[in-house]
Design a protein around this ligand. Sequence first.
Ligand code: PMP
Length: 461
Amino acid sequence: MNAIRPNSAMARDIAFHIHQQTDLKAHKEQGGTLFTKGDGIHVFDENGKEYIEGMAGLWCASLGFSEKRLAEAAYKQLLQLPYYHTFFGNGHTLATDLAEKLISMAPVKMSKVLFQCSGSECNDAAVKLIWYYHNAIGKPEKKKIIGRERGYHGNTIASVSISGQPHMRAGFDIPLPGFVHTDNPNYYRGHEEGETEEQFSDRMAANLEKLILAEGPETVAAFFGEPVQGGGGALTPPRTYWAKIQAVLKKYDVLFVADEVICGFGRTGNMWGSQTYDLQPDMLSCAKALTASYQPLSALMISEKIYEAMVKQSETHGSFGHGFTYGAHPVACAVALETQKIYEERDIVGHVKAVSPAFLGGLEKFSQHPLVGDVRGVGLIAGVELMADGAKRVPFPAARKVGNLVMAKAADHGLIVRAIGDRIAFTPPLIITEAEIAEMLSRFGKALDDAYAVLKSEGVA
Ligand code: PMP
């Protein structure tokens, strides 16, 4: 770690800036990394060091870090109409065009789109709409929301209450009452000896049913799930999981919200994770790759039955009392429309399908590495489980923070990945080429070797 020079950008950053999702004490003592430039799948820090962004930022910069067309779309819109809102029936044609486009792309029949600024706001709005809907249809007692342990749906008070991330609850009096959680479907870590993926999925669905029955089905409104869990570890669902979970939701008349904030727009090798896993959501939230993350924007798609009930409810109350100053921001909508054009012109879904075998196959080879217990992924999202003994599923001591060690070694070799506990997540920009995948994996291999050498010297590996 370099010493922090007085008055350097890092010293000023430590002095004035609170970083999000950050170990505040460590940042205060050691600072972090400040980035100044992007180029394709690469980013550069303030010292000029180059990194492959193996996480596309926060699972989001789908078109990399130097797509000029998106900068131009934003600039053009800033000159034309830099701001307008969508309150009181007002709006602008960009939101109209984008809403129409999203409805035409939806994985199941959807009726309307509500634009917000972030994934969190989108899921928060989904909760409000779910409550609004149940009031409208005369079921005011049906309000509870089910999330999953280690699921992630955002950081507003409601969206983080749906989430199942222990460190985001601790110290914040989260979750709110009425938010309950079912199992995290990590087959590798969670299966009993001899239990197949299908049997594990049976158990997950049976536990969900038990939870609904314990809470009282008449009180349970909705279930939120990411097709592939992101913040929970870039975790693909075990075989037959989604079919079994959806059957339980149907049985008890529980709405299903597919959180496609990470999976939407090609990440899993289809336009939607819902297509990859045959999901039939009543609502769908998306963000991140909607604009390739060049502007903040999210979209909540809802089915006609929910929209009709909302109209009825809004008649009762004089209007639909929800909205944000920056929701459906015209610059963000312009960038989203251009992003969608680029996806189509470059057949981004076809590209993900084409390069996915090199990505998943290359990562799979690390299963043989002494630090690796399991590798799972789909499309261009994958997680690598680090284990003291992979075959026997013996984890490393949590206090050693082996995931963080591998992440730091990767950064030394010019690769940004994310440690989620001892699981290493990869979600590179969707534009990554096979040659770039090879380079990314080569840097990862060096990081694993370096970490192994350290752990061996400590007697941990
Ligand atoms: N849902 C999922 C699945 C996410 O991964 C995230 C962010 N990583 C969110 C919601 C929240 O999105 P935002 O950070 O834009 O609020």
